[in-house]
Design a protein around this ligand. Sequence first.
Ligand code: ATP
Ligand code: MG
Length: 331
Amino acid sequence: MQKEVVLSGIRPTGFLHLGNYFGAMRNYVRMQDEYNCYFFVADWHSLTTHPDTKALKTSVHRVIAENIACGLDPQKVSLYVQSDVPEIAELYLYLNTLAYKGELEKVPTFKDKVRLQPDNVNAGLLTYPVLMAADILIHRAVKVPVGKDQEQHLEMARNFADRFNHRYGEVFPQPRAFNFSKELVKILSLDGNGKMSKSENQMATIYLSDEGELVKKKIMKAKTDGGPAEDNAEKPDYIQNLFTLMSLVSSDDVVKKFEVDYSQCNIRYGDLKKQLAEDMAVFLKPIREKATAIQNDNAYLQKIMREGAEKARASARATINIVRESMGVKY
Ligand code: ATP
Ligand code: MG
């Protein structure tokens, strides 16, 4: 039986952090045997919010290196850079004729971006969901591992696919959100403000590239409070976040000990943070070292990107041929 096609992308807007790892990459690694996976570095998408391209090359290389360091096997998956596959831009152009200004202007992430960067409300921001649809449909992917914030974009991708099929004939299957593991992990920023993110408060974000000392410094500064006021109290989300991180990198006994301390109002956040920092540093070290080694091996990186692009283009070309055929853009 043919494996189902899975597609996901990460923007090269900075170094990857624990949220990217536990919320996305760890799941990619688990999917690579069962599915036909396309994972890409979304460099075109980053231009809509990060027009300064000085750091782009380093970021693209780093994302590739970190993905491999985290366990993605470029032999098993297609790991490629978006701009190496021009067929995506062609499909984006066709889909743009099926997307309407009104519906694009209503997208919450577009409204957010307008608020965040009022001086740069470029058309790329407006058509972000169209490019995302092209990313998915170019491989006729059916499973898209995305976070909650992307569900509406995915619905739009389904709409564009439907409109295309309706107008030009059945070409695209319906892409659906896909959570490989039941619980979707969301890692909060250590300052308690929203989710951990590449482009926000760097001292409250733990990057996969952070060395032990820096990890410790950040964790020791994480937001806490005076402790629970009564036995078995519910945890505020910034405390829960520390426990979540601990459950991801520490041993079960360690987690249990602090859980019991918390439920009995004996918790010492200083001790919890110290332990978490230690275990986190141990967890990150091999990933960081491997990623750095790959990043410094330009010949290997070039080979990976070239091979990834070839695999992705083979699939993309097949789709574009069918698309052109069904649209009558073939003379
Ligand atoms: P930016 O701040 O530039 O938007 P980001 O950190 O949000 O960067 P993205 O490239 O937008 O990262 O997202 C890559 C993947 O990581 C997506 O699948 C997204 O759902 C996931 N992800 C990002 N941040 C978190 C987080 N804090 N917790 C869990 N998953 C996350
Ligand atoms: Mg994001």
